[in-house]
Design a protein around this ligand. Structure first.
Ligand code: 5GP
Length: 178
């Protein structure tokens, strides 16, 4: 199989763009059915989820809105060290159905942080949709409602995911070659 080089590392194709689109279509169909009449607001977590969000939203046929947020890291003065804050939320999510759009759910720490911080704005419900889900690594209790594809616990790039800032533009998903 063809290998590609990104910076100092080699990667090979793990999931083709066709398979990715099939997974996204499955998620879209489920959301179209389950959230019909709820006018959900999708919240795309930048940077990684931008391609997933664009492709998914093209397949959403129910009335909806989309907004974009980012998790900003800074080093707080607390003993816990790194603190992540949700920035850019400019829509009123109070009493709304919110669907968080993530690129990948790994340990679940990021999703947990987002759910906690969104909760402050009192949405009616929070759903989680992710392009990729690593079931072996996940150890949180929050339900991942919609996962386009389940993946092994390896380092992946492409379709929005980066290695050192590069590779987000790749149409397929690649895995690191050891
Ligand atoms: P979690 O907080 O669930 O452990 O990790 C989520 C975040 O870690 C993702 O949003 C992503 O930025 C990063 N991440 C986790 N696994 C991978 C991976 O395989 N490849 C890349 N490029 N990023 C990953």
């Amino acid at each position: 199989m063809k290998e590609i080089q990104i910076r100092d590392k080699k990667f090979r194709v793990l999931i083709s763009s066709d398979k990715i689109q099939e997974g996204i279509s499955r998620v879209a169909e489920k959301i179209n059915m389950e959230l019909k009449g709820q006018q959900p607001i999708f919240i795309c977590v930048l940077n990684g989820a931008f391609i997933f969000a664009a492709d998914l939203l093209k397949k959403i046929t129910i009335e909806c809105e989309i907004s974009f947020v980012k998790l900003a890291s800074y080093y707080g003065t607390t003993s816990s060290g790194q603190v992540k804050t949700l920035i850019g939320l400019d829509e009123n999510v109070k009493n709304r159905t919110v669907v968080i759009l993530e690129d990948i759910v790994d340990t679940g720490l990021t999703v947990e942080t987002i759910v906690k911080q969104l909760g402050i704005f009192e949405p009616a419900k929070i759903k989680i949709a992710t392009l990729l889900f690593k079931p072996e690594a996940y150890h949180k209790n929050i339900k991942v409602d919609y996962a386009a594809l389940e993946v092994p616990n390896d380092f992946l790039v492409g379709f929005g995911l980066d290695y050192d800032g590069f590779g987000r533009n790749l149409e397929d998903i690649y895995v690191l070659v050891p």
